[in-house]
Design a protein around this ligand. Sequence first.
Ligand code: HEC
Ligand code: HEC
Length: 390
Amino acid sequence: MKKYISVLCSFVLGMIALAAFSGCSKENPVAPELVMNPGNSPIPTSAGIMVVPSDNSMSDPNFAARAELGRHLFFDKSLSVDGSTSCGSCHEPTIGFADPRRLATSMGFEQQMGTRNAPTLTNVAYNSFLTWDGRFPSLEKHAPGPIFNSLEMGNNFSRTFSPQSDTVSSGYHSAPGGNDTSFLFKRLNGKGSDMAGIAYPRLFQAAWGTTKISLDLIAKSIACFERTIVSTNSTFDQFNTGKSGMTQSQLHGFQLFTDTKNANCIGCHSGYNFTDQQFHNNGIGIGKDSDSGRTNITKKSEDLYMFKTPSLRNVASTGPYMHDGRFTTLQQVLKNYNQGGMDPYSLNKDSKIHPLGLSDADISDIIDFLGTLSDKGFTNNTAFLSPWAN
Ligand code: HEC
Ligand code: HEC
């Protein structure tokens, strides 16, 4: 029985890797300035491709120094206009880089509320599209987004009563509108007298051979750090490589998850990272912010209310769930799928979403299986933690 399951498992994984792969190259051509570069990716090549721009190669001898600078930037609150918010404020490593405050939608500087849930960054470098509507094609292009977003880190935000000096403690200001970086760079250059004695010019020198801070190098360094956020050793991976077993309940949950004739979760959550890298309407219905999803980007009516299939790696610790964080538990998520979507008339609802007739025991087995996607070595990895004292 055990052998059969493991054969089935590698077979199914092979199939889904293939499906995800061909779907990817057919419908989502990679932006021309990007090259496919598996580099020194720790993920088996069968898992898919990491998209790396040619001018930020992972094979560069300075890659480790760049990722280390990126880690400092990722957790540095001075990247926000009022010194309150770092990337890590919304993406906490010990819970798979999801929101540590467990907010449905995320909260940026001055307690401003956004309209979307902070997703996991587990294996994020393997995503062909970033954000729920997929508006960024690479980590480098994405990183300045939150830095300038007026609800997140606010560097395009200005106060008319700005104080004269631009230090974090005495107030904050930035150029109104536009993406002015001068105050941001001043704040970063002003660091170095902190307890750890960390000075950016030194980190930039080691990483890039220059002490001059630029937005381009900030984005590239953060992207290097994000490419190290890799999970390959969940309970499921150990099972799949024959290193350990799964419980009866987890195995049954896995069978239901991959049952193409019924629950067919694998119809969308496929491939190494349990995402087909496509956009779907999974029937949850229009949220309170009436977020129209992928159509914001493509302007096509057939993309209305479609969102990117999220990776399910570490999913047990990344709640609340969905683009607007409407479900706090996996039970609620499964209830949505079991009834064929909360909104049966939802426009553009995917044909794979229909009533499933799963029993309570089936649902609990699927949730047990989802728990096997947790990787303790990843969530306990101290190399991902903030280097700053607070
Ligand atoms: C205020 C909370 C907040 C802050 C601060 C923040 N993020 Fe996010 N992050 C989010 C939310 C919300 C999304 C989803 C955005 C969307 O879909 O439009 C997101 C999406 C992402 C994604 C896309 C993931 C995917 O698979 O689609 C990446 C990568 C990311 N953030 C990295 C960062 C980095 C790097 C920083 C710092 C420069 C940062 N975030 C700062 C809340 C935050
Ligand atoms: C038609 C494609 C499709 C199918 C089939 C599907 N999903 Fe999803 N899943 C999605 C999409 C798209 C989202 C995000 C939707 C949103 O936020 O609006 C999602 C979200 C989720 C989430 C939330 C993850 C997070 O980080 O917020 C979980 C958990 C999940 N699905 C599990 C499952 C399970 C279990 C099944 C099978 C019972 C399943 N899905 C079937 C497409 C699908």
